[in-house]
Design a binder for this molecule. Structure first.
Ligand code: IPD
Ligand code: CA
Length: 279
């Protein structure tokens, strides 16, 4: 399956389904949060937690997708890995920003993307439709390939490129202490050269915020495919260039896990030499 095999109505149907399931799961986790939060487990490190809300949201999304699209594959952060025969893989982050959810901070969201295989991305998937729902603000970001990106139905456009020194840049940090130490070193190079740095705690939200002009650019090393699948499409459809490391001495120049950089083409070009992909 590739993008060209999908019709306008295929794309709009996939987008509507992504919107519906992201909203349903997001509403559920917000309601759950009002009753408190329960940590179900720690994952890659003691600070990388999964709550009952993450698990419940993934179950809701998987059940709805299976009802509507039983021959699609599904890959979810909390362990879903179902094969499918249609060529579409749904990639889910049931709560992106779990630490914010745990502390009852508002920046968490549900991310749902319908993807096709694409070797120009480091994880080999590219979203053709997707939605990110922020339940605390009832903001629904969505996009379909070639059809633009919207926030609650209103068209999104990134900011015009500004000099790096006047650009507001978002980034994030992984969960391993070793990676964080390297990410802090990179930040030492970036921070003196930009307007300021933001760290929202949700990669999916950061990419949507870029799409909405709330930031000028975003970069992060070490993302997982579910962190960026839907929101990367939303940012790109709002006009962002999305790429990986610079060409010389790279681990991979494809956007994705070693490094993802997004923003206006000129800003991405100015940021690239400052950002080595971190292993
Ligand atoms: C995390 C968030 C965070 C980013 C981390 C991700 P999670 O996802 O997106 O902003 O910096 O790299 O792992 O754990 O909240 O789903
Ligand atoms: Ca995530």
């Amino acid at each position: 399956m590739n993008l060209n095999a999908l019709s306008y109505s295929d794309l709009t149907e996939l987008r509507s389904l992504a919107e519906r399931v992201a909203r349903d799961a997001g509403t559920h986790v917000r309601n759950l949060r009002e009753k408190g939060v329960t940590v179900a487990a720690a994952k890659s490190s003691p600070v990388d937690i999964v709550t009952l809300g993450d698990q419940a949201a993934e179950q809701i999304i998987v059940a709805e997708l299976r009802d509507w699209r039983h021959s699609d594959a599904i890959l979810g952060e909390e362990g879903t890995n179902r094969a499918g025969a249609s060529g579409i893989t749904w990639i889910l982050d049931p709560i992106d920003g779990t630490t914010n959810y745990f502390y009852n901070q508002p920046n968490y969201c549900v991310s749902v993307a319908a993807c096709v295989a694409d070797t120009s991305y480091s994880e080999g998937y590219r979203a053709v439709a997707g939605a990110v729902y922020v339940p605390t603000s009832a903001e629904l970001f969505s996009a379909a390939a070639g059809l633009g990106a919207t926030l609650n139905g209103k068209k999104l456009r990134i900011n015009e490129a500004a000099p790096l020194s006047e650009s507001l840049i978002a980034t994030g940090f992984g969960y391993s202490a070793k990676k964080r130490a390297r990410q802090a070193e990179v930040l030492l190079e970036v921070l003196p050269r930009v307007r300021d740095i933001r760290r929202s705690g949700s990669a999916a939200y950061d990419l949507c915020a870029l799409a909405a002009g709330r930031l000028d650019a975003y970069y992060e090393a070490g993302l997982k495919v579910w962190d960026y699948a839907a929101a990367e499409l939303i940012a790109r459809e709002a006009g962002a260039t999305v790429t990986g490391a610079a060409a010389a001495g790279v681990i991979s120049s494809k956007p994705g896990t070693p490094l993802l950089i997004a923003g206006p083409a000129e800003t991405v070009k100015a940021l690239q030499p400052l950002l080595p992909a971190l292993k």
